[in-house]
Design a protein around this ligand. Sequence first.
Ligand code: M6R
Length: 609
Amino acid sequence: MCGIVGYIGKKNAVDVIYNGLQKLEYRGYDSAGIAVIENGKIERRRSVGKLVNLQKNIKSNKIFGNIGIGHTRWATHGKPSEENAHPHTDCSGKIVVVHNGIIENYVSLKKQLQKEKHKFASETDTEVVAHLIEKYYKGDLLAAVKSALKNIEGAYALCAISCEDSSRVVVARKDAPLVIGLGKEENFIASDVSALLQYTKDVIFLENGDVAEIKENSIKIFDTKNKKVTRAQQKILWNAIQAEKCGYKHFMLKEINEQTQTTQDTFRGRISDEENKIILQSVKLTKEEISNISRICIVACGTSYHAGLTAKFLFEKLTGIPTEVNIASEFRYANPVIDNKVLTIFISQSGETADTLAALRLAKEKKSKTVAICNVVGSSVSREADNVLYTHCGPEIGVASTKAFTGQLTALYLLVMFIASKKQTISKKQLAKFIVNLRDVPKKISETLKLSTKIKEIAKMFQNTKQFIYLARNINYPIALEGALKLKEISYIYAEGYPAGEMKHGPIALIDETMPVMVIATKSKVYDKILSNIEEAKARGAKIIAIANKGNKDIVKKSDYQIFVPEVDEILSPLINVIPLQFFAYFVSVMKGCDVDQPRNLAKSVTVE
Ligand code: M6R
């Protein structure tokens, strides 16, 4: 939520910051702003709405500087308006601040500062930071920021500059991400690496509680004890092109189409051909530790939670370990029963989801062994977990998660098989067969992607529909939930996913001719059951769209529209079946004229509770 960018160097900071904000716009798009130091004064431009509005503003009212900060906002405190847009200033207008996070004690701080005659211009929590820095500023911005932070409770990633000291940007982070990009005679700051890729691949991820002073030629970092520390420099393997649309109309469409490659990237190097072995170098669980696991507890939010629900079937079937799946925001307040025999798995594309991160910290306090499945390298979840399995899907920019989901599923298949083979709950033959089937998945995904034209035609029939039900059973039930989530979030159609067998216990009352039903009816041990569920819905007037395997003639009689996907082994079928649902949501959204990549009210990384 909210993206921040900072720059110091020889370039025009306005251009660098604007370009960076464009890459971070998926984090928030209610309003945006940039401030630079120009001729010894702070110059600031802010605009409500998307970044293009800020661009127009800057074009007609130019600013220039070699040091500056910028922000793209997802409103928490105070409506989207120019007054509430960042950067925020102190009373003198000499200090400006951008912030991602929530200052939880801002009400009491604001009252106190107002008593001390500070004048506020916005309804935001962030503005107190600018005034606090002003209060402590005695010619040293770094010292003032450190003193200000002592008063602050909550989460923050922030950047501050002062026109009285144009040689440095001071930044700080706690429970919100911040990464420094390293250049020659210039340095960059951003909420995540995608904003930096066009300028540098060399980065330093700040640790929780760090404060840093960033100059053109130097970086000083201080930890929570105010001790000067060195943080490791890392090279980012993503490239700037990966974060571009590359001719696609939307990032979501590009990301759906990338899944042939990204699933392959997730398992590449992790399967040994000669020995038919799963090699997960970053998962350091020993055979003994694995045999001691009494329970697996998966924690995640949104789409990542659906990947976890799918994995429950796999862990229980193939490792015999009881597995539960929790929504992170519930888990963290539920007093979960966890000890050192419980393996907790945290799934997060961004690795910055506030609830997932808090849940991970809770599990670690309880001495659980932790594994993170993340896409963003260097993210907080990936750094704090004992073990991390990266999905290697490249940057996912569309707010609706697609390729990250299939990447998460692929990583989970590998983890399940890794644990099952160590525990010897699967035979060598079973593992060998699984590996052959998994290797075949990218080809099957590629065939599935060719169905887009057919799916677009079907989507046309449903673009004015107000509601939808998605049904499936067993391992594909979470895929029904995921399909419904995709439709809801990008086309604003009310959609619900159900395990098909649950319909008779209430939801079937909703069915009439105005309620279309999307059903996953690919080959499985519950195929006959799902056919009965289709009949029941059809008998009550619902239009049925069935996702079935190629060559299934029966389904043509039983459903109104069919999407025929290639057949794969049942346990791998979620990887294929989700793709038509992603396309369907995409096309409906486009036809309805919705903002596919930046749906209303949402942000890509939910870094606040
Ligand atoms: O970055 P994470 O995987 O932790 O994000 C979790 C959810 O916020 C995310 O999956 C969200 O539900 C997506 N918008 C779904 O498309």
